[in-house]
Design a binder for this molecule. Structure first.
Ligand code: ADP
Length: 190
């Protein structure tokens, strides 16, 4: 199995690159943001719980996220591997993911981190907000909060994988194809 953590700040292009990775490597996409939006749309209890955090650009509590991921892993029996998108977002989530991987007899192959400067991120999120319908993309203060949460709580997750010798950094600015080529080289090396 190949299990990839795709990492980067909001607006880094994780969703776009995930689609290309899935198509080429036939992996299962596990985006916690997408899962939460699905629950929200269906009005489940989990969706109602997550809403207040998401609307403010804050993180949903770890135990809620971890439970949801555990569930998804347990309900995906036959796969070549997973691409984790938007997860883990805290060191506690990264530790939990290692345990979940072990429980499933596998492990994380590596983290691929997309680097994009803050000004470019804000510009991309504002643009996306015009069509995505996501309320967290349309409000300057929510965008600021998400970037701050990323810097304070999520960036240490890269160090977590770096210590395990599993971190690869990719420039997230350039053409979609060019970035994808660089990502493919990393995946082919696993
Ligand atoms: P972005 O496009 O900003 O990277 P996502 O679509 O991945 O955002 O997630 C949107 C929102 O969902 C986050 O701002 C957060 O409130 C919640 N969320 C998603 N994944 C996680 C997670 N792993 N831990 C906590 N909260 C999460």
């Amino acid at each position: 199995m190949v299990n990839i953590v795709l990492f980067g700040p909001p607006g880094a292009g994780k969703g776009t690159q995930s689609e290309k990775i899935i198509e080429k490597y036939k992996l299962t996409h596990l985006s916690t943001g997408d899962l939460f939006r699905k629950h929200l749309g269906e009005g489940t209890d989990l969706g109602k719980l997550a809403r207040k955090y998401m609307d403010e650009g804050r993180l949903v509590p770890d135990e809620v996220v971890i439970g949801m991921v555990d569930d998804k892993l347990a309900n995906t029996p036959d796969t070549n591997g997973f691409i984790f998108d938007g997860f883990p977002r805290t060191v506690a989530q990264a530790e939990a993911l290692d345990k979940l991987m072990e429980k499933n007899g596998t492990q994380i192959s590596g983290m691929i981190a997309l680097d994009v400067a803050e000004e470019i991120l804000k510009e991309r999120i504002r643009e996306r907000g015009k069509t995505s319908g996501r309320t967290d993309d349309q409000d300057e203060s929510k965008i600021e909060t998400r970037i701050k949460v990323y810097l304070d709580e999520t960036l240490p997750v890269a160090t977590y994988y770096e210590k395990q010798g599993k971190l690869s950094r990719i420039n997230g600015v350039g053409t979609i194809e060019g970035i994808f080529e660089n990502i493919s080289k990393v995946i082919d090396s696993y």
